[in-house]
Ligand binder design. Structure first.
Ligand SMILES: Nc1ncnc2c1ncn2[C@@H]1O[C@H](COP(=O)(O)OP(=O)(O)OP(=O)(O)O)[C@@H](O)[C@H]1O
Ligand SMILES: [Mg+2]
Length: 255
């Protein structure tokens, strides 16, 4: 079943000015439920813009976006938030730094629900968050009452991932979410990402400049160039690809 459908999506920044840039060009993309798609492409190819279009960061100039049979094309970002979770490149984006780990998790847990004054954190909530943190295997269950801004980038990304998936989203968007981390932590977070996505069968789009990760993880690979999808490999084709193939493609499309 097609779960997310992008039809002829276009976005031009600064139209009519000398900075005019056609960032997304007639993008057509059908995403099946449970697909984990990795996205590669050079700087400025339009990868983040594509995720921004889906999450409703801006309204597209033309085209149609459907999520689970809901036409969300004209919905503002907050109205799409019930379908979509996102983890960004910068560990400080997406969490409230002066709030504790438990408070941040409570906000994520109540995503899509009406917030009321009485929505304090119950003992049961805390126990649940503790259990969830323990599944990360990083000892973070003892940090429930720490301000999240005091944790390391890797610890924050691990919690961000947990928050993004605690309530299984229809769609998970990852924009270079490991790129600000050291190599060892990158590996930990990437393995955790894969585990969460496959355990919960989450439909996901992951942008990465790490070609090795793009090949190793996920079951479909897309190459973006100048606002267009120039390659789209299914699992079988992707499994046959080698690093050099992707480097060659990226080299050639940019020239
Ligand atoms: N909000 C915006 N306003 C104006 N121009 C934008 C905006 N967002 C993106 N662009 C432009 O659109 C083009 C694509 O940008 P985008 O951020 O999608 O690239 P990217 O593929 O994510 O690159 P990177 O690998 O560097 O993150 C760039 O030329 C960028 O300057
Ligand atoms: Mg980007």
């Amino acid at each position: 079943m097609v779960f997310i459908k992008l039809e002829k999506i276009n976005k031009t920044f600064f139209p009519g000015s000398n900075r005019e840039h056609h960032a997304l060009r007639n993008i057509d993309l059908d995403i099946q439920e449970g697909e984990f798609i990795t996205i590669v492409g050079g700087n400025g190819a339009g990868k983040s813009t594509l995720l921004n279009a889906i999450s409703g960061n801006f309204i597209i100039d033309s085209g149609k976006i459907t999520i689970n049979n809901n036409n969300v094309t004209l919905n503002p970002e907050h109205k799409r938030a019930k379908y979509i979770s996102r983890v960004f490149q910068n560990p400080s984006q997406g969490t409230a730094p002066r709030m504790t780990v438990a408070e941040n998790m409570a906000l994520a847990y109540r995503r899509g629900q009406k917030r009321t004054l009485s929505s304090g954190i119950t003992k049961e909530n805390k126990e649940f968050f503790k259990e969830q943190l323990a599944t990360l295997g990083l000892g973070l269950e003892s940090r429930l009452d720490s301000e999240i801004g005091l944790l390391s980038g890797g610890q924050r990304q691990a919690i961000s991932l947990l928050m993004a998936t605690m309530k299984t989203p229809d769609l998970l968007l990852l924009d270079e979410h490991t790129s600000a981390l050291d190599p060892k932590t990158q590996k930990t977070i990437m393995e955790l990402t894969d585990k969460l996505i496959s355990e919960k069968n989450i439909t996901a789009l992951m942008i990465t400049h790490n070609i090795q990760d793009a090949l190793k993880y996920g079951n479909r690979l897309i190459v973006l160039n100048q606002g267009e999808i120039v390659r789209d490999y299914n699992k079988e084709e992707k499994d046959k690809l080698k690093l050099i193939d992707i480097y060659n493609i990226l080299e050639n499309v940019n020239s």
